[in-house]
Design a protein around this ligand. Structure first.
Ligand code: GDP
Ligand code: IMO
Ligand code: MG
Length: 427
């Protein structure tokens, strides 16, 4: 049963795109199971750089079938522009499959996302403004529009009416905006139907049949564990489940089928948007991590908040996802520090706390307790095996592994496909 889940172990942007692409050449299907075009996954192949938002990173591997599962929210205009961009660069996208049950990000969901954030003022979540939250809210409220609805105009019209009923009240009376017309939305959505049609499939059946035939399926998470709606730093989270269980619901595959869960873990920590972040740095070290690590959002272009590695979070990710392995990324970025602080526990109101507190108030008060590990100055970007790393870099990796509760099976030493040290094979 070669079904692997690959997900973010921190607050997103850990390097999931690179890791997925690396495995893409050896797997048959790569499946996105949650989120939407809030994601920004960077893949570097030779001198070519790709920024993927909605499409699974397996789309760049010719033998691999990319799948957008039922748990994903799809903005068709973004999908088409991403497909066009890849086609223009000679990438074959014809194998893409999209679940007919995936929900559509409608233009009014994008509007509601933006006006809600503005209304929240300084309490805003700092969303990507892509309509993610309102689309999942509609899904849960049972007024969502699914891809399959595009193929029955009368049903589509009824559903858009139902969705807009309450929203127009909100837009006009609370947000002081113009009402949105049902007919206009229906017309826009129907305009996507023909081009989408060849991709729409019963992806649950396809994936389960593939697993029965011993094909290799890789589930690629968007966002990260601490952005999970249930297990993250609520309310400063995204509106879906990037954690491992989300792969089952978001793709229609049972938990007994999953053989491996790989957490992508940055050698330090970043976060975009609002919310608590105990190891965040506001000094020149934070600026240096941002500069050397190129920590700027792929989707929104916002500077990422940067801080030291947090082992409390890594342990938590191991637990809530049942991680079997870590893929440690961006170790090269830490080259040049004399010593590297690593957060091993928190101090909360005078107490030492080893595990992530379940209370939001406690987490907001958490101060990092640091251990200082010796750094290295040698260039590690050419390292091909663990033994090529300087001793202090090896010790840093081993220390993180011990603190984090799962083996580190691969290490990223640069953005390119081949800038990776493989320790244990994933397949
Ligand atoms: P994702 O959202 O998890 O796919 O991550 P992003 O693509 O948003 O951000 C990760 C960034 O780090 C991208 O610019 C990658 O090209 C880059 N990257 C990934 N792995 C490594 C690594 O091991 N070293 C360095 N220097 N960059 C990396
Ligand atoms: P990838 O897949 C980092 C953050 C936003 C915001 C919160 C909610 O590239 O790791 P949303 O638009 O989802 O409602 O915003 O989640 N966020 C991400 N941060 N990487 C991402 O994706 C993110 N997707 C959403 O910044 O704080
Ligand atoms: Mg990203």
């Amino acid at each position: 049963m070669p079904a692997l889940v690959l997900l973010g172990a921190q607050w997103g942007d850990e390097g999931k795109g690179k890791a997925t692409d690396l495995l893409g050449g050896s797997v048959d299907y790569v499946v996105r199971y949650q989120g939407g075009n809030n994601a920004g996954h960077t893949v570097v192949v030779g001198d070519q750089k790709y920024a993927l938002h909605l499409l699974p990173s397996g789309i760049l591997s010719p033998g691999c079938t990319p799948v957008i599962g039922n748990g994903v929210v799809v903005d068709p205009s973004v999908l088409f522009s991403e497909l066009n961009g890849l086609n223009d660069r000679g990438v074959d996208t014809s194998k893409l499959l999209i679940s007919g049950n995936a929900h559509i990000i409608t233009p009014y969901n994008v509007t509601v996302d933006k006006v809600t954030e503005r209304f929240l003022g300084k309490r805003k979540i700092g969303t990507t403004g892509r309509g993610i939250g309102p689309t999942y809210a509609d899904k849960i409220n049972r007024v969502g529009i699914r891809i399959q609805d595009l193929y029955d105009e009368s049903i589509l019209t009824q559903k858009v009416e139902a969705a807009l009923d309450g929203k127009n009240q909100l837009l006009t009376k609370v947000f002081n905006r113009r009402a949105i017309e049902v007919g206009q939305v229906v017309e826009e959505l129907l305009g996507y139907a023909d081009r989408l049609k060849p991709y729409v499939a019963d992806t649950v059946l396809v994936l389960n049949q593939a697993l029965e035939q011993d094909k290799v399926v890789l589930f690629e998470g968007g966002q990260g564990t601490l952005l999970d709606i249930d297990h993250g730093t609520y309310p400063f989270v995204t509106s879906s489940n990037p954690t491992a269980g989300g792969a089952c619901t978001g793709a229609g595959v049972g938990p007994t089928k999953i053989s491996r869960v790989i957490g992508i873990l940055k050698a330090y920590t970043t976060r975009v948007g609002s919310g608590p972040f105990p190891t965040e740095l506001f000094d020149e070290d934070g600026d240096a991590l941002r500069r050397i690590g190129g920590e700027r959002g792929v989707t929104t272009g916002r500077d990422r908040r940067c801080g030291w590695f947090d082992a409390v979070i890594a342990r938590y990710a191991t637990r809530v996802n049942g991680l079997t392995d870590f893929f440690l990324t961006k170790l090269d970025v830490l080259t040049g520090w004399e010593q590297i602080p690593v957060c091993v526990a928190y101090e909360i109101d005078g107490r030492r706390v080893e595990e992530l507190p379940y209370s939001q108030t406690d987490f907001h008060h958490a101060k990092p307790v640091y251990e200082y590990l010796p750094g290295w100055s040698e260039d590690i970007t050419k390292a091909k095996s663990f033994s090529d790393l300087p001793k202090n870099a090896q010790d840093y990796v081993r220390a993180l592994e011990e603190m984090s509760g799962a083996p580190i099976s691969a290490i990223g030493v640069g953005p390119g496909r081949d800038e990776t040290i493989e320790i244990n094979s994933f397949l």
